[in-house]
Design a protein around this ligand. Structure first.
Ligand code: PHE
Ligand code: CO
Length: 259
């Protein structure tokens, strides 16, 4: 992988120390600006579970100390945050999730990347992903996903499982009494796509379909043209619970679907 981030000091599991004192005041100010922009959007477009959790995380104070967040997480859902230099290999990623550790990138984007970055940074990982780890059902589902990832490696099915992650954990929508809302981290951390995914007439919003999600390719450099909508995290948990082995075997023979 050719990746941004300093991997030299990473341990075998790709974890690093979060050197919190190394963040500059400009870094914290940029983080606060990112939080401030999203804070205008999330009441309208993010799911209630995310909104409830962010309130306890002091996100508008600046880049958080991961240790303090982990303490709260452990108490609530037995998850913790592990600091990483950036994207990490599949096996390390799945192993962390399978042990209820969520990898959070330590570096923050540059000011000129305010609107868009290709790789996840601390703002995306923290603001997008971490709050939902406080929801018990979501947290348990992500744990199962991690174990499923290790299994998919043995079955040579990581590509299919990664599509599911994309269409749920990163870009998923959920029905609420107030209407469709975003729970995907790629949406919640996006300045433009968060309103687009919920309110724009252009994209398709399809009922969640496990097989379709596993088969559908995705675009990483533009807004999604289709989103999958779940009814609840319990539904996601339930529908992903069966053994995927026969499903992988069957889908492997079928062509991928266009996004
Ligand atoms: N049930 C899946 C399997 O047997 C694992 C999984 C769980 C995948 C939750 C995604 C989400 O492989
Ligand atoms: Co992400």
């Amino acid at each position: 992988m050719s990746l941004r981030g300093d991997y030299n000091l990473a341990a075998a599991d790709f974890s690093v120390e979060q050197d919190w004192s190394a963040y500059s005041e400009a870094d914290h100010a940029l983080f606060r600006r990112l939080v401030a922009r999203q804070s205008k959007l999330v009441p309208r477009y993010a799911c209630p579970e995310w909104i409830t959790a962010i309130a306890g995380l002091d996100a508008d104070a600046g880049i958080p100390k991961f240790d303090q967040i982990s303490k709260k997480l452990r108490a609530k859902t037995h998850w913790e945050i592990v600091a990483v230099p950036g994207l990490i290999p599949d096996e390390a990623f799945f192993t962390h999730l399978a042990n209820r550790r969520f990898p959070v990138t330590v570096w923050l984007r540059k000011p000129e990347e305010f609107d868009y970055i290709v790789e996840p940074d601390v703002f995306h990982d923290f603001f997008g992903h971490v709050p939902l780890l406080f929801d018990r059902v979501y947290a348990d589902h992500l744990h199962e996903y991690g174990k499923g990832g290790l299994k998919a490696m043995r079955l040579d099915a990581v590509k299919m499982l990664a599509r599911l992650y994309w269409y749920t954990i990163e870009f998923g929508l959920i029905r609420t009494p107030a209407g469709v809302r975003a729970y995907g981290a790629g949406l919640i951390s996006s300045g433009g796509e968060l309103a687009y995914c919920v309110a724009d007439a252009a994209p398709k919003r399809l009922d969640f379909d496990l097989e379709k999600a596993l088969r559908t390719d995705y675009l990483i450099d533009r807004y999604q043209s289709s989103y999958f909508v779940i009814n609840s995290f319990a539904q996601l948990m339930r529908e992903t619970a069966p053994d995927f082995t026969p499903l992988y075997d069957r889908l492997r023979g079928l062509p991928a679907l266009a996004p």
